[in-house]
Design a protein around this ligand. Structure first.
Ligand SMILES: *Cc1c(COP(=O)(O)O)cnc(C)c1O
Length: 379
């Protein structure tokens, strides 16, 4: 039996994680080393220096690649480190199309950093095939998808967008941070690579910053293998260990996040102070049918609108269990107001969000306690 025959929950525990040879340690050890003793000159056992590779990192990479149904995983020091390294596979003059509500840090990396190095990009509503086709140019090498999106929870049809990109001779990447492979596997839907902020659901406990890429594209596997070492945005062994530890419980945590979000969204929808609830699990969410097709469940994120920016700030200050904080995907619930917080850097850009929007990352506490907390804050 190979790992490929095993189911998701089992691969999360076993892929890349055989007990270690000398002692049978059932946990992959934290190989806290910068270099490796070589048996002969110029003949390292596996790696010569730990920027290029580390056994703890390698175990995490293999486990994540298995869960994403990909050939090869690469771990990075942050989600943006992963994205920057992937974008360095492109060349000056190349063009990208980004989802028009892509993660703000991705937009900033392109607009404030890589555009100075000759990468060009435009944004498009990837839910609309005509808008995507109009944005493609002969120089377009990459289409950058994020679904569900942040914080509006728009849903993009991964298979449809990948098909258009491929027809055009471009590759397609999916930022799978919000869904995770427990709910959505973009490579099987046609994507050429998946990127992650491991900081979020994969790490899952708000105790690390990390990123990852998974791909089965031979050219990218080779180039990324080189760039990992040449650029050096790599995670340390301790963070690799925490990421692997998080990955083991991803499936069970996602079930709890999804159930909590469903309950919280349903409650918010009935509240008179709430003007709109954005949650892909609702039948009338514009992306519901696509989400139902390409995701196993609808995720742990819920956004909602109240009457004014002041009310949004007031609610976010008054919850007790939902901590007022940026980030998402941890076991503890978080609340934030994207306009002045996570999305402040995109004010005035096409990515600007409504001022009265509140975003929740629903944790794995008991949903009834979370609902009581919101009820108090909204009163
Ligand atoms: C947080 C996040 C990133 C960036 O990841 P970091 O680990 O913070 O560098 C990228 N994409 C999405 C969707 C995110 O939520």
């Amino acid at each position: 039996m190979t790992d490929d025959d095993l189911r998701f929950e089992t691969r999360a525990i076993h892929a890349g994680q055989d007990p270690d040879a000398p002692y049978g340690s059932v946990n992959v050890p934290i190989y806290q080393t910068s270099t490796y003793a070589q048996p002969e000159v110029g003949a390292p056992k596996v790696w010569d220096y730990a920027r290029g590779g580390n056994p703890t990192r390698e175990a995490f990479q293999q486990a994540l690649a298995s869960l994403e149904d990909g050939e090869r995983g690469f771990a990075f020091a942050s989600g943006l480190g992963a994205e920057a390294t992937l974008l360095l596979t492109l060349h000056p003059g190349d063009h990208l199309v980004l989802a028009d509500d892509v993660y703000g840090g991705t937009y900033r990396l392109l607009s404030k950093v890589l555009s100075d190095w000759g990468l060009r990009f435009s944004t498009a509503d990837l839910r609309d095939p005509a808008a995507l086709s109009a944005a493609l140019t002969p120089a377009t090498k990459l289409v950058w998808i994020e679904t569900p999106s942040n914080p509006l929870l728009k849903i993009v049809d991964i298979g449809a967008v990948c098909a258009i990109a491929h027809e055009h001779g471009a590759r397609a990447v999916v930022d799978n941070t919000f869904a995770t492979p427990a709910l959505q596997r973009p490579l099987a839907l046609g994507a050429d690579a998946v990127v992650h902020s491991v900081t979020k659901y994969i790490g899952g406990h708000s105790d690390l910053i990390g990123g990852a890429i998974v791909t089965s594209d031979e050219e990218w596997i080779e180039r990324l293998g080189f760039l990992v070492n040449a650029v050096g945005a790599v995670p340390g062994p301790m963070d690799s260990y925490l990421a692997l530890r998080g990955l083991k419980t991803l499936a069970v945590r996602m079930r709890a996040h999804c159930a909590g979000a469903r309950a919280v969204a349903g409650y918010l929808r009935t509240h008179p102070a709430v003007a709109a609830v954005l949650y892909p699990g609702f039948d009338d969410h514009p992306g519901h049918d696509v989400a139902a097709r390409q995701m196993q469940e609808f995720g742990g994120m819920v956004s909602f609108r109240v009457a004014s920016a002041e009310k949004a700030i007031d609610v976010a200050r008054r919850t007790r269990l939902f901590f007022l904080a940026e980030s998402l995907g941890g076991v503890e619930s978080l609340i934030e107001v994207p306009g002045p917080m996570t999305h402040a850097s995109v004010a005035g850009s096409p990515l600007e969000v409504p001022a009265d929007l509140v975003r929740l990352s629903v944790g794995i506490e008991h949903p009834d306690d979370l609902i009581e907390d919101l009820d108090h804050a909204l009163a």
